[in-house]
Design a protein around this ligand. Structure first.
Ligand code: AKG
Length: 289
């Protein structure tokens, strides 16, 4: 397993300090409120692909600056209808947990894999962070692939999985919001289940990735359910292996960007009733892989 501390690609405009040997890098030396030149932008894209999640500390960003920075990595279209949005900046969703309305995405997932072209990544900027708790964990799906036996790797490469938002609790959420079922029917028509290969290749690094997650992957096509459940269970368990993970402690002004192709993430829900608030931008691509 190659190690992130072997820095064979030095960056000329910033320093990346690996946060663990396997995933995550802290980038120092950049003020993200200022425009960044082309070389720096390209180096940031390379660093994201290599470290799979990168983060910055002590940034002071307006919504416009957050959007401008995030555009370095891809599009910033509105793609998710779940979180509330900033009225003046609909590209930005607000993830907020309050004593009255506690919330955490404390389930392992990659974002929106139920779309034909899932997002390339996400950019998350911290506004209010609890005194204690409220970390986010990412798990590397390239490292997960590397841990498998050659026989299993070869077998997985022949398989296709079905992804749907309907196993994530959104069916119940939509029904509770609109008892007539109209919204649910519209969502089903607009976003039917999609299929993705179980193993995908990262377009920048060329590395292979296990591309299934427990929140949106319902089954493997063509396998009997018990066999599909057992195989998916084995792959989902790999995500929980600590050696594949980075656990990030937020501070106000921290900004994290993750590669949604090669990672899954989990927001630790251990801080209620403290307040937590982040601004989130989904990074889109015309072609994710
Ligand atoms: C997401 O933005 O997809 C999340 O899961 C939220 C992560 C967090 O709140 O730390």
């Amino acid at each position: 397993m190659s190690n992130l501390t072997d820095l064979t690609t030095p960056y000329t405009h910033f320093v990346v300090q690996p946060y663990t040997p396997t995933i995550g890098g802290i980038i120092r030396g950049l003020n993200l409120s200022q425009p960044l030149n082309e070389v720096t932008q390209e180096e940031l894209r390379q660093a994201l692909a290599r470290f799979e999640m990168i983060f910055f500390r002590d940034q002071t960003l307006t919504p416009e600056q957050h959007i401008a920075f995030t555009r370095i990595f891809g599009g910033v279209a509105e793609v998710k209808a779940f979180f509330p949005r900033l009225q003046a900046h609909p590209e930005i969703e607000v993830i907020e947990s309050t004593p009255e309305k506690p919330y955490a995405a404390n389930n392992w997932h990659a974002d929106i894999t139920w779309r034909e072209q899932p997002p390339l990544g996400t950019s998350l900027y911290a506004h209010v962070i609890p005194h204690l708790g409220g970390d986010t964990i990412w798990s590397s799906q390239t490292r997960a692939y590397d841990r498998l036996s050659r026989e299993l790797q070869v077998y997985l490469e022949t398989l296709t999985a079905v992804h749907t938002w309907e196993i994530s609790g959104w069916t119940e959420y939509l029904l509770a919001r609109d008892h007539s079922g109209e919204e649910l029917r519209a969502a089903r028509t607009k976003y039917p289940p999609v299929e993705h290969p179980v193993v995908r290749v990262h377009p920048i690094t060329g590395k292979k990735i296990i591309y299934v997650n427990p929140t949106f992957t319902s089954h493997i096509k063509g396998l009997p359910r018990p066999q599909s459940d057992a195989l998916l269970g084995q792959l989902f368990d790999l995500t929980k292996v600590p050696e594949l993970q980075v656990r990030f402690q937020w501070q106000e002004g921290s900004l994290a960007v993750w590669d949604n192709r090669s990672t899954q993430h989990y927001a630790v829900g251990d801080y209620f009733p403290q307040h937590r608030k982040l601004h989130r931008i989904t990074i889109t691509a015309e072609k994710t892989f």
